[in-house]
Design a protein around this ligand. Structure first.
Ligand code: HEM
Length: 311
């Protein structure tokens, strides 16, 4: 994945990484956000409707191996899973198409994001991490996107496998006839969503979500449905903060079945760098400014992580 040469994007990327460091501290070898995670492997099987949307290889092949990383929020590597700041949870999915050929989906459990572009996100981070709680309230109250985001952060899942995850940024899907449509991913557990009440959250251990994955896998695969909500003409496809009408068509793209935990979890997590831009024939980025910026931030951050001394 190439690093942009756009000076503005690079400068903003550095400023965002600096801000994460200010908020969460420096933890070399870990991600500056979504630091606590784990990797699983399995397969993706496309649904019959997948090729209506895209000619991408994983939509036409019988099945494709996947690597999935579940994560807690924040840049704190040991954050307790039942800390409210561990929401939203993250999922990153890699479709392994051939050796060194892959395409990813990155999503989190809030169907919202507090900013339409990197500069706004930087302002959000500064706004919500001020030491004076009154000033934080004032910031959130006067920034509707920030308010929309913080108000959906509440629910804590009983399992990484009982949570919905939202891709938010639209992609342009192109099928074999050259027809293109914009869409947004949702990853939904086949077992259904299940959130805990505050008393149940408080009674949980600090690693309950990670421990639960092993117990669940021992009983059978974790199944997640990949769907895409399809935009219609006039829908804003370049702003992750704008929701499309709920009645928009939703296409089932396929099912992920996770079967194994990765043996060398810590070194593999350090190595893998997920990419918000699909870079595969049949799925292109929209013009959402978050995409190019995030691709740069994740790559700069991932390269630093890889070269950090072993912990
Ligand atoms: C300007 C906007 C954003 C910035 C600056 C940002 C920043 C970051 C950074 C620095 C990382 C760590 C990357 C690495 O070291 O490998 C990361 C990971 C992640 N981000 Fe974002 N992010 C943004 C938007 C989003 C959005 C919109 C979503 C949800 C759709 C999201 C979900 C995630 C997830 C799930 C991970 C963990 C990926 C993994 O497991 O490797 N981020 N983000």
């Amino acid at each position: 994945m190439p690093l942009t040469t756009d000076e503005k994007v690079l400068a903003l990327s550095e400023a965002l990484l600096k801000e994460f460091e200010t908020i969460f501290g420096l933890h070399p070898g870990f991600r500056p956000v979504h630091a606590k995670g784990t990797l699983l492997t399995g397969t993706f099987t496309p649904s019959k409707d997948a090729t209506w949307l895209t000619r991408a290889p994983h939509a036409t092949r019988e099945s494709t191996p996947v690597t999935v990383r579940f994560s807690d929020s924040t840049g704190i590597p040991l954050i307790p899973d039942n800390d409210p700041n561990a929401n939203p949870r993250g999922i990153a999915i890699r479709f392994n198409l051939a050796e060194h050929v892959h395409t990813d989906i990155i999503a989190h459990s809030a169907n919202a994001f507090p900013a339409s572009n990197g500069q706004e996100f930087l302002e959000f981070l500064k706004g919500v991490t001020q030491s004076d709680p009154a000033k934080v309230q004032e910031f959130v109250g006067s920034h509707p996107k920030a308010l929309a985001f913080v108000s959906v952060l509440g629910p804590t899942p009983s399992s990484f496998a009982r949570e919905n995850y939202f891709g938010l940024t639209a992609m342009k899907f192109i099928n074999k006839d050259g027809v293109s449509r914009y869409g947004r991913y949702t990853i939904a557990p086949e077992a259904g969503e299940d959130h805990l009440d505050p008393a149940a959250v408080a009674s949980k251990g600090p690693n309950y979500l990670f421990d639960e994955l092993a117990e669940r896998l021992a009983k059978g695969p974790i199944k997640l449905k990949v769907t895409v909500q399809v935009a219609e003409d006039g829908d804003n496809v370049n702003d992750a903060t704008v929701h499309w009408p709920a009645e928009r068509k939703v296409v089932e793209v396929g099912t992920i079945a996770l079967t194994e935990q990765v043996a060398d979890d810590a070194p593999e997590q350090k190595q893998i760098i997920f990419d918000p831009i699909p870079r595969v024939d049949g799925i292109e980025p929209s013009d959402d400014p978050l995409l190019e910026l995030r691709a740069a931030v994740y790559l700069i951050s991932g390269r630093r992580r890889r070269t950090a001394p072993a912990q």
